[in-house]
Design a protein around this ligand. Structure first.
Ligand code: FAD
Length: 376
């Protein structure tokens, strides 16, 4: 039987491992991190995701949709927070019944790893450092030193900074472009108030401010994780708020309802890291026995809330390609790329366009009277 190596045990890799194990493949999943289950999330990197029908459909394939939804909170629309004036709720559907779901990326990853464990050999603390796309030889850095392995098929699900992609580029197989946005993000927290949510938990909250923007998604512990998007350079940027007084002044002026909701605002702002945002484009995604999937192939900016949803959909489409080729990997991998490329290029464009919409247009009266977009 062929051995399949999945590199990266994040969202795409752990779902992919489940799907392939369900198909009876012999799968080894290599993950750079220690086992995240039971561990504490890195400060300011909790990330809660908006999981939509696209992602849920993929989870349904492995029977995990209901379990994941049990940990999620449905958001039925956007709640716009203007600088002054009333909050404005904009439902995602005409009947107000359709929702996207707020879920912690870590919780989702843990559910997928639990599910993968029964049929997959998972090796944590294995960071891919070398790959020969022709022979299928793999090299990993581990706490015990360098480890070598070999696989018949290698699937790179190792995220936006993919080492598998780096190896394909180094071997002259793939070319890549990485377009970083001049914006970064910082997480802030709105804790529960008097044991309850401090804001309406049935909405995705947006503070559109033109040059900066903040969103907040609810968590099951009744807190909200806020993500502040702002330029990474220039005078109006994260670093320009260099003292507690400057931070307080900035929020009082531009986000006046936030300071009373977020008592730890200054501490969060000063200590949480600034994350980078960008779009990865590369071609081809596959050659011979190696193929990229999820963010490794097509990372996008998060403004359409579709990166993980798309990564999950990749997994479904790869499974369909295996079905259509009778499990012939040599035919399935090129078919996967040609089936997915146009869709992922489209969502990359839409995600960039939605940034302008979210930070600016959702607050405009014209937008409220006219166009609505489905998500975030
Ligand atoms: P990742 O989740 O990045 O997983 C990659 C895995 O590979 C990691 O576990 C990593 O440790 C491992 N790895 C890396 N290098 C190596 C190596 N050398 N060897 C072995 N393992 C390695 N998406 C949505 O759908 N909805 C949202 O609302 C949403 N919001 C977002 C908000 C923010 C602020 C950000 C930054 C992203 C958001 N996304 C959202 C995008 C989403 O997080 C990603 O698209 C998704 O995590 C991609 O999954 P992945 O498995 O391809 O990559």
């Amino acid at each position: 039987m062929s051995e399949i190596a999945v590199v990266g045990g994040g969202l795409a890799g752990s779902l992919l491992a489940c799907v392939l194990a369900q198909r009876g493949e012999h799968v080894v999943l290599y993950e750079r991190r220690p086992d995240p289950r039971g561990g504490v999330a890195e400060r300011g990197r909790s990330i809660n995701l908006a999981l939509s029908e696209r992602g849920l459909a993929a989870l349904r394939v492995v029977g995990l949709d209901k379990q994941v939804l049990a940990d999620a909170l449905p958001m039925y629309g956007r709640m716009i927070h203007p600088v002054t004036g009333e909050l404005d709720f904009q439902p995602y559907s005409a009947d107000g019944e359709r929702a996207i779901n707020s879920i912690s990326r870590g919780a989702l990853n843990n559910i997928l790893l639990d599910a993968a464990e029964s049929g997959v050999d998972i090796r944590f603390e294995h960071r891919l450092s070398g790959l020969d796309p022709v022979t299928g030889e793999l090299t990993f850095a581990t706490p015990a030193g360098e480890v070598r392995a070999r696989a018949d098929v290698i699937l790179g699900a190792d995220g936006a900074g993919s080492a598998v992609r780096g190896q394909l580029v180094a071997h002259g197989v793939t070319t890549e472009t990485l377009d970083f946005l001049d914006y970064g993000y910082k997480e802030l927290t709105i804790p529960p108030r008097d044991g309850d949510f401090a804001l309406d938990p049935r909405a995705l909250h947006i503070w559109p401010r033109g040059r900066s923007m903040m969103i907040a998604l609810p968590n099951p512990d009744k807190s909200f994780t806020c993500t502040l998007f702002w330029p990474t350079s220039g005078t109006s940027a994260f670093a320009s708020l260099s003292s507690p007084a400057a931070i307080e002044r900035f929020f009082a002026e531009h986000y006046p309802d936030v300071p009373r909701l977020a008592p730890g605002l200054v501490d969060d702002y000063q200590h949480n890291p600034v994350g980078l945002l960008g779009t990865v484009r590369c071609a081809p995604w596959q050659s011979g026995r190696v193929c990229l999937i999820g963010d490794a192939a097509h990372a996008i900016v998060p403004f359409y809330g579709q990166g993980a949803n798309c990564a999950f959909e990749d997994v479904v489409v790869l499974g369909q390609c295996l079905d259509r080729t009778g499990g012939n990997w040599a035919r399935a991998l090129p078919m996967f790329e040609s089936s997915r490329r146009a869709d992922t290029e489209a969502i990359a464009q839409m995600a960039l366009a939605n940034f302008v919409e979210m930070r600016d247009k959702v607050a405009s009266p014209l937008f409220r009277l006219g166009k609505r977009i489905e998500h975030t």
